[in-house]
Design a protein around this ligand. Structure first.
Ligand code: 6PG
Length: 245
């Protein structure tokens, strides 16, 4: 792992979420002061729910939400009101509870034809974000890791998405066959800061393999998140780190 990688371990998922929420506010304040706005890429799944709840509860009036722009790391190809929608989850846990202008919320239209939507969303990112190293650069990217070592919607059987020259790609969930739209590895690795939020025992075996760089660790997409010029932070709870009690 490179020198700009930090690992923090928390006793519980809620302590992790509280610490991340405090860090999130600090990053928003700093970036907004410097640039007038912040561009953030959010992940879906279950892990961010606690963070979103803490932000909605404790930071409703503490963050300048008018200057925050949300984008998505990945989206499932479903309608926004589907229980599988990453946007829908974020709306429920965070967006409906804060005063963020609707034009600051740049969702992936999961209901559209996936290939066309990947092209449209790439264009949205090109138009709204700073381009560095030929790719859009997020100020902050939040990632999760699946039990199979995937991150964003880059799965172990679609490793080519890590090195793609595109900004967005269409991925297919290896078990359910669900189509997804995802940022490619190069866009994620071009971020200013990435925070991996990983909790639960089911993640501990792969975390150990990746952290100890055991044989085959590069078969897991999450192991390929190495920032070109930025800070990588892993926030884990004890269980994901393989400690119990
Ligand atoms: C998604 C994701 C995905 C997620 C991991 C972890 O749409 O599912 O963005 O990459 O972050 O699968 O998911 P959990 O937080 O539910 O474990």
């Amino acid at each position: 792992m490179n020198t700009k990688t930090e690992i923090k371990i928390y006793d519980t998922p809620i302590l992790l979420a509280e610490s991340m929420a405090a860090g999130f506010k600090k990053i928003c304040d700093e970036v907004i002061l410097k640039k007038g706005k912040i561009n953030i890429a959010l992940s879906g799944g279950n892990t961010p729910k606690l963070l979103f709840e803490v932000l909605a509860e404790n930071y409703r009036n503490e963050i300048d939400w008018r200057s925050v722009n949300f984008y998505w790391v990945d989206e499932r190809c479903v309608r926004p009101d589907d229980s599988e929608s990453n946007f829908g989850m974020t709306e429920k846990y965070l967006l409906n509870k804060i005063e963020i202008p609707v034009e600051n919320v740049h969702r992936v239209s999961g209901e559209n034809e996936p290939e066309e939507e990947a092209i449209r969303y790439s264009q949205v990112l090109k138009e709204n974000l700073t381009i560095e190293n030929n790719f859009p650069r997020f100020d902050l990217t939040l990632l999760g890791m699946g039990d199979d070592g995937h991150t964003a919607s880059i799965f172990p059987d679609q490793m080519e998405i890590l090195d793609s020259n595109e900004i967005c790609a269409v991925a297919v969930h290896p078990v359910s066959g669900q189509k997804r739209i995802t940022l490619t590895g190069r866009v994620i690795n071009n971020s200013d800061r990435v925070y991996f939020l990983v909790t639960g025992k089911s993640k501990s075996d792969i975390i150990k393999i990746i952290f100890e760089e055991k044989n085959g660790y590069l078969n897991f997409p999450a192991a390929h998140i190495e920032l070109t010029n930025g800070e990588l932070n892993w926030y884990l709870d004890k269980e994901a780190f393989g400690q119990s009690g």
